[in-house]
Design a protein around this ligand. Sequence first.
Ligand SMILES: CC(C)(COP(=O)(O)OP(=O)(O)OC[C@H]1O[C@@H](n2cnc3c(N)ncnc32)[C@H](O)[C@@H]1OP(=O)(O)O)[C@@H](O)C(=O)NCCC(=O)NCCSC(=O)C[C@H](O)C(=O)O
Ligand SMILES: [Mg+2]
Length: 288
Amino acid sequence: MSEFRPRRSVLYMPSSNAKALEKAKTLPVDGVILDLEDAVAPDAKVDARAAAVAAVRSGEYGRRELTIRVNGIGTQWHDDDLVAASQAGPDAIVVPKVNSAEEVRGLVAAMEAAGAPEHTRLWAMIETPVAILDALAIARASERLAVLVLGTNDLVKELYAEHVPGRAPILPSLHTALLAARAAGIAIVDGVYNDVKDTDGFLAECRQGREMGFDGKTLIHPGQVEGANAAFAPSEQAVADARGLIQAWEDGAGSGVVTFNGRMVENLHVESARRTLDIHEAIRALDA
Ligand SMILES: CC(C)(COP(=O)(O)OP(=O)(O)OC[C@H]1O[C@@H](n2cnc3c(N)ncnc32)[C@H](O)[C@@H]1OP(=O)(O)O)[C@@H](O)C(=O)NCCC(=O)NCCSC(=O)C[C@H](O)C(=O)O
Ligand SMILES: [Mg+2]
């Protein structure tokens, strides 16, 4: 069994929304973010925290990677959120607006002091200009940091940019975060698509994210799950091509370069093909 963990579809839901917490148990998502930050009104924060902890403790989310997004560092809720989430022991704690490697180390220290179990990882949200400029240091700051999560709404806001099809205004930021994650050897998931009724726009953005190298996409509505799962999984054709390419390589053992479907194949292409098959197998294992 490969160690690759699929994160094609990672669905946010307000932890204050009992119906959404219930619905998530039935959805074929790879991950769930129980949100305490932007989706929860100030007067609902404390109850939402208790609901997120109860959801984690329920054990009712099956194979889905279960995470809690706490309120940001420096807010009045952050410390209590972090302690409660650490003690609940989800798969990860998602922290918004992480701005430096020092903050990552401080978060990890606080999680450990609060008794977070070993399996509870940190996911850092990259959603400010300073985080983009310090992305590599953030990504490398701790072994406990497993995933970078793009916060494209905050990023667009902070840049005084606009949401446009193709995302040209934020492409340099997306690429910088991707470079940092890959250099650090950790996963990275793309930001959300706000128009839950615009399926074509959403699918185009999924395709773009996949082509850029993202592992998956954060989502805000159940209607986005299927499209993300398909976009971030290798297609049947990609799996067949990966198998064929590896076979061609093995048939030409020792030659250093062969061709498959008329194209040059070197060792690096074989590594990519093996990664494709690892992802495919990990998805099959999840769905089994
Ligand atoms: C966007 C929504 C407010 C729309 O909600 P609603 O009008 O209720 O949608 P529907 O009527 O179409 O819902 C159909 C059913 O699906 C359930 N539902 C809806 N959304 C979710 C969800 N996210 N998770 C689970 N289940 C969900 C409804 O309850 C209906 O169920 P049923 O009646 O039983 O069929 C809403 O979708 C929503 O609140 N989405 C999440 C918003 C959120 O979490 N935002 C914060 C994260 S985004 C962000 O901040 C990213 C980052 O920080 C950045 O800067 O970009
Ligand atoms: Mg945000």
